[in-house]
Structures are given as C-alpha cells and as structure tokens.
Design a protein around this ligand. Structure first.
Ligand code: 1GP
Length: 246
C-alpha cells in the first residue's frame, strides 16, 4: 500500500495521526536504535526526518539505521534536495506556497523531481504554509519569506483552497520549529471548513492537551519535534499519541 493511502487509513481509523519529527543533527549514531525503538513503541504513526540545516556528520548512516530499526513509515521532510535517500518510504514533496519565492515554490522541486522519479520514490505533494508564530523561526529565516499573519485565517484559507485546486494532496500549517505560539485552533478550523485535503499542523506544540485541541479543531495530522528532543521520553510521546488519536 502507498504511504499516502496508509496515512489516510490512519486518519480514518484513529481520527487523526501523530508524526514525530526528528532532526538528524540532534542525536548521535550510537543513539539511533534506542531513539527509534522508543518512537515506534509509543503509538506514533510515522517518523518525519529533516531539518532546514544539517550541521553534523553522519546523515546517511543515521537514515540507514532509522530505516533498519523503524516499524513505522519514515518520511523525508526535506530541507534540501541533498537530503533525499532511497531509504525513505516517501517524501513530503513540499512547495512553500505562502512565499512568493519561485525557487521554493517550484525551482527546488524541478531539481529534485528527476532524482525522485529515478528512485521510484513516493512523493506526497504538500502545500507548505508558514504561519506567523511570535518569533522568527528557522524556516522563516532560511526561506527569506513572510509568514501568513496569525490573525488572518482568511489568507490561510485562500492559500489552502488554491492548493486543493492545484491538486496538492495535503496542506501543512507550519508555525515553525520551536514556535512561541502554535497555529491557532481558529485558523485550523477555518481551513478545515474550506478544503477536503488532509491538514498537517506543526510547530510549537508542546503539550498533549494542545495537540488534542488542534485535532478537535480539524488537524488530520499533528507534528511534534522540539519538545521530544528536550524531553525525549516515551511517556510524553504516548501521551501525545493518546490525545491525538480518538
Ligand atoms: C517543525 O512542525 C514541526 O517543522 C515541529 O515543530 O519542533 O516546534 O515541535 P516543533
């Protein structure tokens, strides 16, 4: 079964799905097995791997080991085309539709599309929107683009409708890693009302109760990253999974 269909099934069966984002820079090769086992045993539905920057060595080896030890899908959340590897089960094929930077909307995708096709990699086209979140996030800085104002859900809605019309499979409402404020429930529910494609929500979600509220507002998949890097414990991950799943 295609990974996208698996994700749809998870959403149907559990109400909403839970993704954990891991940044390859945040752990050592020696810790991969333990880290992946913890994630897979805590009710997480898929592992997203990626980061705007890769600073430390060992990326290739880490991805190979994550694939070896993971019993759930591993999906690339790409910061750049150089992060593509055959070990991924699928790639979130992102287009930064909230920007007006053509390189990030279509340029990078044109460079990576033939590589992905040659690998026969599953691509999940995802309309990626940065939402203003109280501080300048890495994604905002690196993309040199203006996020959608947090108090203008109608702008996010218009982008999401355009994304659906353009044939994207998913929409990602991104407050940015380590955001002070996650995407508001109001914005999520307004986007949900206007489009039928699944909505991923991430950035600054640090409490299971917050994740639950995002799922109730209409998020189909919730992503947490930072909070688990800080507190990396299975208990917290299980709490997130329980709060997100119905
Ligand atoms: C970032 O949405 C993800 O791309 C996760 O954000 O690290 O703040 O959980 P956090």
């Amino acid at each position: 079964m295609k990974i996208f269909n698996k994700l749809l099934k998870i959403k149907e069966e559990k109400g909403a799905g839970y993704f954990v984002l891991i940044d390859p820079d945040s752990f050592s090769i020696e810790n991969v097995r333990k880290k992946v086992n913890k994630i897979c045993n805590s009710g997480v539905d898929a592992i997203l791997i990626g980061g705007s920057l890769l600073i430390t060595d060992g990326y290739n080896e880490k991805v190979e080991l994550i694939k070896k030890y993971s019993s759930i899908p591993i999906i690339l959340f790409p910061g750049s085309a150089s992060q593509i590897k055959k070990e991924f089960d699928a790639v979130l094929f992102l287009s930064l539709i909230s920007s007006r930077n053509s390189e990030l909307i279509i340029g990078k995708q044109v460079v990576s599309a033939p590589i992905l096709r040659a690998m026969n990699m599953e691509t999940i086209s995802t309309a990626y929107m940065l939402i203003e979140s109280g501080n300048v996030t890495t994604a905002e800085f690196m993309s040199n683009s203006k996020p959608i104002p947090a108090n203008k859900p109608d702008i996010a809605v218009a982008h999401a409708i355009a994304a659906e019309m353009l044939g994207f499979k998913m929409v990602y409402l991104e407050a940015g890693s380590g955001a002070s404020n996650p995407v508001s429930n109001e914005m999520i529910s307004m986007v949900k009302k206007h489009v039928n494609i699944p909505i991923i929500v991430g950035g600054g979600i640090t409490k299971p109760e917050t994740a639950k509220q995002k799922a109730i507002a209409g998020a189909d998949f919730i992503v947490t990253g930072n909070i688990l890097e800080k507190k990396g414990n299975s208990y917290l991950m299980s709490k997130f999974a329980d709060s997100i799943h119905k």
